[in-house]
Design a protein around this ligand. Structure first.
Ligand SMILES: *Cc1c(COP(=O)(O)O)cnc(C)c1O
Length: 456
């Protein structure tokens, strides 16, 4: 084994601006439409949900957006994040490829999500907001926003999907430690939650339902806004700090990726590592292959339809054009909770339509197998979501081995798996089912897509 393993930036080298891919796109994003009128929405339509700074970021085409100083100060609790060369994994695979990974699990919440939770809380506090509502599936986003709320004196109300609320009590305990209030969704606190419970009192919940509940409460009060942990342009923007740092670190390593790999739930950590490289390529730099890895049981990019759809089950959010499995699609209960959303970020979807990324899907056992191999060689136990990126990177490394190519692979290790050890136990016990991808349910969910006349 030779060569350096860890590439660290100084605090003073932490990026001062996020990178906005919208500045470099050859074709702009399709318009966002009002859920009622199907007309393009303007900033004012979104004002009940988000503070104006975030809305302006949502539609901005400026290439660089400054990171406010108070946000940079908090980022320094765990940033700049390290980049590693996975020498031992390379050796175990017998590949001539060089594998690098950016590690985002060192944040207080253990994932990349505080990269956006902190600025979202900051901009809300600046706008005089007192309370934030949000949804969480597995709990990582709820944890991150609770952490951010505690630093900016914001009340945080989290609607946690019923199944994970029951199955993962430790997640709730972390959120409460940060001072947040956490409710199982569907809940009795909202009209929408009550309507769902009236139909099915034991409803296990879904992200789409929890979003509807959080949105309903946010629009009712002037001092309350809604925060989303993925999918939206401003969320993806905040995550680009991952890729901007990684570019610096690849230069320190005297290397440059031929392939960039990330896992995709709503698309934010993937965009975070990939967009700065895509933009660099669009501006004339080298163009690495960009690979998005998603779960076979919730395959929005590889098998979803690129169409206008709602972001939630209650159809309160605007319509965006994205790869979707339909807003009523309920993915089977596989163990990468963060990857169980029916839609893909409109920006990631658009980038795929432009032919700037490739998407692949793997089953959960394939991904856990990759994650275990990674842990036994590199030491970090990845989050089940991150295992998809690990799997994608390993597949690329094995391809290099077959082809005798010494390519450079970079992937985003977006979080650690310390809260997911039950899933690992089940994997070792052979109890992780390969959930058959339900064609019938998908066909039904897709038949319910709203019919929209696209604005030209
Ligand atoms: C939430 C989460 C994801 C999925 O969200 P993206 O927006 O696709 O990044 C992936 N990995 C981890 C560790 C998460 O917490």
């Amino acid at each position: 084994m030779s060569g350096q393993t860890k590439f660290l930036l100084q605090e003073s080298q932490m990026p001062k601006a996020w990178y906005n891919l919208q500045a470099d796109l050859p074709k702009p994003l399709p318009a966002v439409l009002h859920p009622g009128t199907h007309q393009p929405v303007g900033p004012d339509d979104l004002a009940p949900l988000f503070p104006m700074e975030l809305i302006l970021q949502e539609v901005s085409t400026e290439r660089e957006i400054d990171i406010p100083e108070p946000v940079r100060e908090i980022y320094q609790l765990w940033r700049p994040a390290p980049l590693f060369r996975a020498h031992r994994l390379e050796k175990a695979l017998g590949t001539p490829a060089k594998i690098f990974y950016k590690y985002e699990g060192g944040s207080p919440a253990g994932s990349h999500k505080p990269n956006t939770a902190i600025p979202q809380a900051f901009y809300n506090q600046q706008a005089g907001i007192k309370r934030l509502t949000t949804e969480t599936g597995a709990g990582q986003w709820g944890t991150s926003l609770s952490f951010a709320g505690s630093l900016f004196d914001l009340e945080v109300l989290v609607f946690q999907v019923r199944v994970s609320y029951d199955q993962k009590p430790y997640r709730r305990a972390v959120m409460e430690t940060y001072g947040a209030r956490c409710l199982a969704s569907p809940s009795n606190e909202t009209q929408y939650g009550r309507s769902v419970l009236a139909e099915r009192p034991d409803h296990p919940g879904s992200l789409g339902i929890a979003i509807s509940e959080a949105v309903e409460l946010a629009v009712q009060r002037d001092d309350t806004k809604y925060a989303l942990g993925s999918v939206l342009n401003h969320v993806l923007l905040h995550q680009t700090i991952i890729g901007i740092e990684a570019m610096e670190q690849m230069q320190m390593a005297d290397a440059w990726p031929d392939v960039v790999v990330g896992c995709t739930g709503g698309g934010s950590n993937f965009a975070g590592i990939a967009f700065p490289f895509i933009g660099h390529g669009l501006r004339g730099g080298p163009k690495p292959r960009i690979v998005a890895v998603e779960p076979a049981a919730c395959p929005s990019l590889t098998r979803g339809k690129y169409a206008y759809d709602y972001g939630d089950t209650g159809h309160m959010t605007p319509l965006t054009k994205m790869h979707t499995l339909g807003s009523t699609f309920t993915p089977p209960g596989f163990h990468a909770g963060g990857l169980r959303y029916h839609g893909m970020a409109p920006l990631v979807s658009h980038v795929k339509e432009l032919g700037l990324l490739e998407a692949v899907a793997y089953t959960q056992n394939q991904c856990f197998e990759a994650g275990v191999l990674f842990a036994r060689n590199e030491g970090i136990v990845p989050a089940p979501e991150a295992n998809h990126a690990v799997k994608g990177a390993i597949e690329e490394a094995l391809r290099c081995k077959r082809e005798g190519k010494s390519e450079t692979i970079l992937f985003n290790l977006c979080g650690h798996g310390h809260f997911d050890m039950v899933a690992y136990q089940k994997y070792f016990a052979g109890e992780l089912k390969e959930e058959a991808y339900d064609e019938k349910e998908l066909a039904m969910a897709l038949s319910g897509l709203p019919s929209v006349v696209e604005p030209v």
